[in-house]
Every structure is written in C-alpha cells, then in structure tokens.
Design a protein. Sequence first.
Length: 96
Amino acid sequence: MKTIIEQFDDIMAHRSGIDFSVHEELKEVPLLGEVINLPVRELLLIFFDIERVFDFKIPEEDVLNNGFTTYNNILNIIEKYMNNRKTNILRNKCFS
C-alpha cells in the first residue's frame, strides 16, 4: 500500500507534470506562481482528487487560509486530516 506522500505525489505528478519527489526544491513554491504556473483548473482538480483518494472533505477554511498554495501546504492539510482519522479510529477501538 502506498504512503500518504506517495499517493499525493501521484496526484501532483498527474495534474502538474512535476515529480515533487525529484524536485523537492519546488515544494514551497506557489503552485499558481510564475515558476510552476499551474492552471487554476488543475488546482481545482487536485482538490477533488485529494477528497476522492483520501476520502475526506477539505474544509473551506483550509483553502481560504492559504492552505492550498504550495505542495507542502496541501500535504499539511492531508496529513492533519489523516492523523485525525487515525486518532478517532484508535479512540473508538479503546472505548468499544
């Protein structure tokens, strides 16, 4: 089974054409900026791919608070919700 980062890298490579595991220097570069110049449409598709692959809804506040601007910012959102999910699963097992 692929890790969270591997799954996210697959999404990003598919939508941006960039292998961020090879080009780590781009992980803090704005996706819509001059360097990466990702079309807004592709960023929207990344949003929906993440919700589908990781099975959670990205809250509007995470997008509005500059959470969807760089590779690392988006990865932080994914990891936050995946970690919350693991915590809830463990908590439910302990109390069941």
